[in-house]
Design a protein around this ligand. Structure first.
Ligand SMILES: Nc1ncnc2c1ncn2[C@@H]1O[C@H](COP(=O)(O)OP(=O)(O)OP(=O)(O)O)[C@@H](O)[C@H]1O
Ligand SMILES: [Mg+2]
Length: 397
């Protein structure tokens, strides 16, 4: 039974997780904290769904940050221009300032000379809202200067986390990197955390001498939470609600989804909520729940596949079947999976990488970051979850 103050389910599926339900990441939190407290800008990279956003929120929750800093977090995945970037940043600042009341909020809005007269009232709070349309940001660079100038004048130093930062490389306007970098390097009271999952794009942005952000940050990579730490955490969570979990089942789950944090949490969230009283959550219970999740996701996976070309679909399935696929443009690979011409595999691979459906490691092996999609795609090949676990064991020996 959950205690009164406990949430119904201790396995959170959002990236903002209360400390008591946040697993491990002690060293990573300390490293990020130390870098930020020392005034560094930081590049934080990890594969998708590993826990970047969660780590940033967790670090923002630390007492020394809460007390000493103003923190802002924007996710720019959905943006496609500098104007939209400014919209996101403006909305986040206004959202934070709204909690401090009208005075600070009006001061911020008044400082944006280029946007005067375009703010409306938010009827729910009675406070001004940052309801600025893209077309109303007529002088984006001036507005950006004014926003940064405001942060610089702020009562406390500011930390701005920009999630999915690689997105600015996709903006049609080519000089946004240069626009941001030239301003950011002049700030003294404001530091930045740039995070993202597209390692190859970020490596180019921050590691190539011709790019504006070249070597401008400290950099951190986030890997999976160690299996032992995650199993202990999961058992502790079950125990604290009076439920039982077989710890070796968590190890199996971990190996099945290769330690990707989201899929661990998703499987345990579901298993936790459906576990009958008095029963132990073991491997077969856990794997049955994953099978149910995959079936429930079928329609959205089918939609996703129907947006791909036949060559892309075939390649995605072939890579899923192999787990980590080497030499995908060899004739052996093509033959093994009944794929077409090598050139069409290359074209398909390029667009699957771009859509983030496939990822390529430094050894040029291809794989899916979306572990549930992978497990669903291997079903028609007759690969059950138990068999995939076995294969994962073999490939790590
Ligand atoms: N330390 C943690 N303890 C428990 N759950 C976590 C932890 N970190 C992440 N998670 C879980 O993993 C999920 C994914 O984490 P998060 O959104 O932080 O990843 P991300 O790397 O930012 O992913 P994306 O690349 O998709 O933005 C979260 O929704 C949460 O369920
Ligand atoms: Mg994220």
């Amino acid at each position: 039974m959950a205690k009164k103050s406990q949430p119904l389910n201790p396995f959170f599926l959002s990236s903002s997780i209360p400390d008591a339900f946040f697993c491990d990441r002690k060293e990573e939190t300390e490293s990020l904290l130390r870098l930020v407290l020392n005034g560094n800008n930081v590049l934080l990279m990890s594969p998708r769904r590993m826990g970047k956003s969660g780590l940033i929120h967790h670090m923002f929750n630390r007492p020394e940050i809460k007390k000493g800093y103003n923190t802002f977090f924007i996710d720019i995945y959905e943006t496609s221009s500098l104007e939209e970037f400014i919209q996101k940043l403006g909305q986040e600042i206004v959202g934070k300032l709204s909690r401090k009341g009208l005075g600070p909020l009006s001061a911020f809005l008044k400082s944006l000379s280029g946007l005067r007269g375009v703010f409306s009232m938010d009827p729910s709070t009675g406070l001004p809202a940052f309801s600025v349309g893209i077309g109303e940001i007529l002088h984006p660079e001036t507005t950006l200067d004014e926003i940064f100038a405001y942060l610089e004048r702020s009562d406390k130093p500011c930390i701005v986390a920009i999630d999915e930062f690689q997105k600015i490389a996709d903006y049609e306007q080519r000089n946004v990197e240069a626009i941001l970098r030239s301003r950011i390097q002049l700030l003294h009271n404001t530091s930045f955390i740039f995070s993202g999952s597209e390692r190859s794009i970020l490596a180019q942005m921050f590691g190539s001498a011709s790019r504006p952000f070249y070597q401008s940050t400290a950099s951190m990579s986030l890997g999976p939470i160690p299996c032992q730490a995650y199993s202990e955490f999961a058992s502790r969570m079950f125990k604290s609600y009076g439920k039982q979990l077989d710890e070796s089942a968590v190890t199996d789950l971990y190996n099945l989804v290769q330690g990707y944090t989201y899929y661990l949490q998703r499987a345990l969230n579901e298993s936790f909520s459906l576990l009958p009283a008095g029963q132990i959550c073991d491997r077969s219970f856990l794997f049955d729940r994953i099978d149910e999740i995959l079936t429930a996701n079928s329609d959205s996976y089918k939609d996703l596949l129907s947006a791909l070309t036949p060559n892309q679909r075939a390649l995605l399935s072939a890579v899923a079947v192999e787990g980590r696929a080497m030499n995908i443009t060899s004739s052996e690979f093509a033959k093994r999976h009944g794929l077409g011409a090598i050139s069409s595999i290359q074209t398909a691979a390029r667009s699957l990488l771009k859509r983030q459906l496939l990822t390529k490691d430094p050894q040029k092996r291809y794989y899916l970051d979306d572990k549930f999609l992978e497990l669903w795609l291997i079903r028609p090949a007759g690969i059950s979850l138990d068999l995939r676990l076995e294969q994962n064991h073999q490939s790590t020996i």
